[in-house]
Write a protein of this length. Sequence first.
Length: 568
Amino acid sequence: MAFARLQLYDNDIVKDAFLITPHTRLTIGRKSTNTLVLRTPKILPFHAAIYWLDDRVVLQKCHPAAELWVNQQPISSEIPQRLTDGDEIRVGTLKLVFDGSSLRELPHSNGSPVSLARSQDNEPPLQILASTKRIEPISLRNRTHLSFGRDPNNDIVIDHPVISLFHATLEWQAGTWSIKDLESSHGTYINERATQQAILQPGDILHIGPYEFQLTSEETLIQRFEVGKLRLDACNLVYRVGSLKLLQNISLSVFPEEFVTIVGVSGAGKSTLLNALSGFRPATRGNVFVNGHNLYQNYDAYRTELGYVPQDDIIHLDLSVQQALDFAARLRLPPDISPPERRRQVQQVLEDLELLEQSKTLVKNLSGGQRKRVSIGVELLTKPSLFFLDEATSGLDPGTELQMMRLLRRMATQGRTVILVTHTTKNLSLSDLVVFLAKGGRVAFFGPPQEALAYFEVEEFDEIYIKVEEERSPEEWALQYQESPYYQEYVVDRQASLNGALTDPNRETQPAMEGPNQSSKPSFWRQLRLLSQRNLTIWFRTARVFCFVSRCAHFRNPGFCHVAAQYV
């Protein structure tokens, strides 16, 4: 069996060595699950990977923001780079030297990353579970067909709620690979454009649900990003209503798994900024990028990966918690989701949000914090990776507000990117970064909340509001921030790796939302049927309550009547 070595150096002394075989994968990053764990600055949770690809060993960036050097040359692409004997790899302060001398001495290995041949009856399909973050490269050599979907009969089985039973097929036709969407509910995308059928060229990006694949020149499908690893970059956002500017040239950068809070004085444009970042109401100038792709231009490709919880709850008050989530699941999930699958998804959301005990309770009888959890649960049904919340802690008592902030912190720790608008500052320390807005939509500070106190020279977060209002003009605060090391570190340095994408002349500077892909929306008749079922459920419940209350009143038992009416 062929193998290679990777030697770890410290001051030109070998400190460790790793064996790389066709069946192993070495990963580098900040997360403790990596083979090599680095806690140094600018190291991402999943930074780089080294593994076999066909008959060679390759180095691959796991994220466009990852900084890598081979032989003092920066790696700018996420396409796997072949390593040769003696290559010197730099990752942060780490020095690795690739030893590939043994590759010439041992028998040649076919090194196929993943075998998907279905010609043998006893060979099962590759399964990608909903919890799977990264899969091995998929070799397409000697294949003529590859199918994607939730059904076990597919070549690649993806157990994710936004994937249809039979979602898409990849077929070898006339010397090229062709991708065909099988009328999936959430669409198939090539280079972020919805397609029914298209030729897949080397370098093209195939987007199916939360999974992004890229076809290499070696006829291998590689996964570009780990599922859920979405970064968000805002570049010079301006929001204008007539002659009034609500946002003034705002630039931010949010990395995957970060929890960011947006606070500010009244009239600072907090909700306007959240709407612009989420694409709900695009900025009138500037752009937002998700993993380097223009969100405004490719909104439909990322729609299923975005969760948006508005300030006002939009769930129906006269349904039970379980019914509200079930009707939401029917509208949001593919129509081929079976009732047992849908119930499992609803049950999982109830467990995640600790709402099992309240599942039969009417929404109108929940506390404010519980009701907000149900609103969050509606969005969690599709397992989004990027979560936006507008005033999710508004009106909550201090204890409930702390619980909500801890919930959002846990959501980020579990792999989501969370952005919250809030007016409370007591628990800002639970977030990774905080945005303080001055009046007129200007950024007065963007950085770690613990360092904001020293930046503004105050002892309490609440004092920042007074200082921003009284001591300087919004323009002066914005200028001071742009000249600070925080702007350099958390905006300029972070976006440096995306300069090619952000300055691409082919990218529109004005938001130009595409019409949504019709296949990704429930049909009119399906929506009408589901909404009619929901309204009938509410009507029958109201009728039952009225009859039951009337009988209780007849027997003069109003206390029992009041309690029973909550659950009938």
